[in-house]
Design a protein around this ligand. Structure first.
Ligand code: IVH
Length: 676
């Protein structure tokens, strides 16, 4: 695919990509491969880079916003988003049906039956076919403007297929698989996991940085057209219309024209709900015809023409076989019940986390108990209660680490019991190794849980630094590990090493609370691990913590965790070993900002400053400036700290480059005028 050669071709290509998005997210039947799609996107991007003045606001490349929001403005809507009355059983459903028929003077209406996706409500406004506003439900009348973030949601097209004015409502959600993936990644980082896809989606749409939002794979399904009677006689016809306009509508909506059909449709959903890739907590049943809806009207809170039919939560009982004490990467020792395998909403459950030891005490659970389990809105099976106590002993919280025997500690105010032995604890060491190589960290191909265990058992590896010493020969001797696999692993480690950046390394080290984003913030300030460690040597804990807290986005909890890690004797051994192997990757300089007081300016920073030079440079770059290593006639400013070398000062004088001290730089960064 070559890049478009005219503005007209550019528009056509942008339209073409939106059409492929539609085929993928609306029709679920793509007509090109991912590779072809990527080629089209690249061509579009190439054109936009060359002609920034021609970029259309609805371009598919504009989906990921770049400017973090500071807040979400409130928006008031003329037509309130009502919520629905809930029903739980067939009797309730029959009562709703009878009420509707009575309200329509005995006429049986056409009903639509739709899956009630467990996400959160959104309203999209299109003007002349362009997305102009995406607002949350809020309290119904007043919602929040989340347009920038909503653009990153799959299915929220920036441009309809026709220049229509229309307002639609729907649900933003996450699939069960994507939910599990996000949670696994968080769990691996020692971060708190989300309870269900709804909480995750709702939390994600309100993240302030749209680039972070784009990393959370959200989708949408639309289910109402506001003022639908302007477009069609009935609701289902209005949904057909928006589907033709390019918006995703559920493929599982059905219709019923009698009580028998309605009842039959509800019954048929009992099994179907587990087959969907997303969480469905019930059905929404609506009167189809807009005129009939108007006749029925609404109460203060709910429309009389629709109802939510909630599925019953599914529960089973099973036996507790044994209690496992799981030592996680961050040292948290959590109770996990091993269960007699049992079927629960489509999956076989054989283990269930009890989350923490307070929960164990509350449940008074023990070996041989029969327990009641539920997997309702929650994807994760929960043990609700002991229904029949077994003869086994009641479980109690351990006092010592099951892996290394160290006395466990409880963080103040927290329910988590932790092993403070960190990398001195074999279980934590194993988990740390596994994490180090995992996807999203150093990304060492083939280094999975089993292989890590094998490497440790064979004493080939004790910590992450040892990975860089691995050679083919001893590896090839491992059980079920041929010469080729050995070679592959060595190659993969070398490749990962080459691709590593400081932030990757920092997050891969598995410091509590330091995920990819935080690692990037820290890396932008210090540039290398050796630079960060040097500060830890030069400054006492309190000062390092305070310095880390100066980084926007880094709070005290994170700062303390980093400081602790750097001073941990076991960690220091590993870090020293990494350094001895010459592994100290540099953080690449972030892409230059396109706006800011220093756009178009080249600066040289030299001498000893009150803050690490890397940080000063990062701030200049964030303000749009460029960093150069030596002073030339192209340099706009020389930022000179204490003991600046004579050569640089002379060069500045020769080329007429103004020399700034830190205060003057500060003034420049904040946009204040500088006295030369
Ligand atoms: S219609 C007045 N249809 O469930 C009608 N809602 O309490 C308003 N929901 O807030 C909603 N799937 O977030 C409708 N097919 C569907 C739905 C649906 C999920 C959510 C929605 C609403 C809540 C109802």
């Amino acid at each position: 695919m070559t890049s478009p050669s005219s503005e007209k071709e550019y528009h056509a290509l942008a339209e073409q990509i939106l059409e492929h998005d539609r085929r993928y997210y609306v029709e679920a039947s793509p007509t090109i491969s991912d590779v072809e799609y990527d080629a089209l996107s690249r061509a579009l991007r190439a054109y936009e880079e060359k002609h920034p003045d021609q970029v259309v606001p609805w371009s598919p490349t504009r989906k990921v916003g770049h400017t973090p929001a500071s807040e979400f403005p409130k928006v008031e809507r003329p037509v309130a988003m009502l919520s629905l009355d809930n029903t739980y059983g067939e009797d309730d459903l029959r009562a709703f049906y009878d009420r509707v028929v009575k309200g329509l003077d005995g006429e049986v209406p056409l009903f639509s039956i739709e899956p009630k996706i467990d996400g959160f409500g959104i309203e999209l406004t299109y003007q002349a076919g362009l997305l102009t506003l995406a607002a949350t439900r809020g309290d119904g009348r007043i919602g929040e403007d989340v347009t920038t973030n909503a653009r990153t949601v799959h299915g929220v097209t920036p441009k309809l297929r026709k220049p229509t004015d229309i307002v639609v409502r729907g649900e933003i959600y996450m699939t069960k698989a994507e939910f599990a993936e996000v949670n696994e990644a968080r769990d691996a980082l020692g971060e708190e996991t989300f309870k269900n896809p709804r909480n995750l989606a709702a939390g994600s749409i309100k993240l302030l940085d749209p680039r972070e939002v784009a990393k959370r794979p959200m989708r949408t399904i639309l289910y109402e057209v506001v003022d639908g009677e302007r477009y069609a006689r009935g609701h289902l016809a209005s949904l057909d219309l928006i589907r033709d306009l390019g918006l995703p509508v559920s493929q599982h909506n059905s219709r019923a024209a009698s009580w028998e059909e309605l009842h039959g449709a509800v019954v048929s959903w009992r099994d179907k709900r587990d087959e969907l890739p997303y969480e469905v907590d019930g059905l929404v049943i609506k009167v189809d015809e807009f005129a009939q809806r108007a006749t029925l009207g609404a109460t203060a809170k709910f429309p009389r023409w629709a109802i939510a039919y909630k599925f019953p939560a599914r529960q089973v009982t099973t036996l507790v076989l044994e209690l496992e004490q799981n030592v996680g990467r961050t040292g948290a020792v959590t109770p996990v019940a091993k269960l007699e395998p049992v079927e629960l909403s489509g999956t076989t459950v054989s283990r269930a986390s009890l989350h923490n030891w307070d929960q164990v005490a509350r449940l008074q659970i023990g070996d041989g108990d029969r327990v009641l389990m539920e997997k309702a809105g929650e994807i994760i099976p929960q043990i609700l209660a002991v229904t029949e106590a077994g003869s086994g002993e009641r479980f109690t919280a351990p006092t010592h680490c099951p892996s290394c025997g160290t006395a466990l500690e409880r963080e103040e105010g927290k329910v988590v019991l932790g092993c403070p032995n960190r990398l001195g604890c074999p279980a934590q060491r194993l988990a740390a190794l596994e994490f180090f190589g995992s996807r999203g960290q150093l990304n060492i191909d083939g280094l999975g849980e089993k292989l890590v265990a094998q490497l440790v058992a064979a004493d080939l590896v004790r910590d992450v630094a040892d990975l860089f010493d691995l050679t083919v020969e001893p590896l090839a001797k491992l059980e079920r590990f041929g010469k080729q696999s050995a070679q592959n692993l060595v190659t993969a480690i070398a490749a990962a090493r080459k691709a590593a950046t400081f932030s990757r390394l920092l997050s891969a080290l598995g410091i509590a609370h330091v995920g990819g984003v935080v690692a990037k913030l820290i890396a932008a300030r210090y540039r290398t691990l050796s630079a960060l460690r040097a500060v830890a040597v030069a400054k006492p804990s309190a000062e390092l913590v305070a310095e880390l807290c100066e980084i926007e986005g880094v709070g005290e909890v994170i700062a303390v965790a980093v400081d602790r890690f750097l001073r941990d004797p076991h960690a220091q051994v590993v870090l020293d070993k990494l350094a001895a192997r010459g592994f100290d990757p540099e953080e690449p300089v972030a892409e230059r900002a396109t706006d800011g007081p220093l756009v178009g300016k080249t600066l040289v920073v030299t001498g000893t400053l009150s803050r690490p030079r890397g940080e000063v440079q990062a701030r200049i770059e964030a303000a749009g400036g460029k960093i150069a290593g030596s002073v030339s006639k192209k340099t706009h400013y020389l930022v000179a700290g204490a003991d600046t070398g004579k050569t640089k000062l002379e060069a500045a004088e020769k080329h007429g480059v103004p020399v700034l001290d830190e205060a003057a730089l500060e003034a420049l960064l904040t946009g204040a005028p500088v006295a030369d």
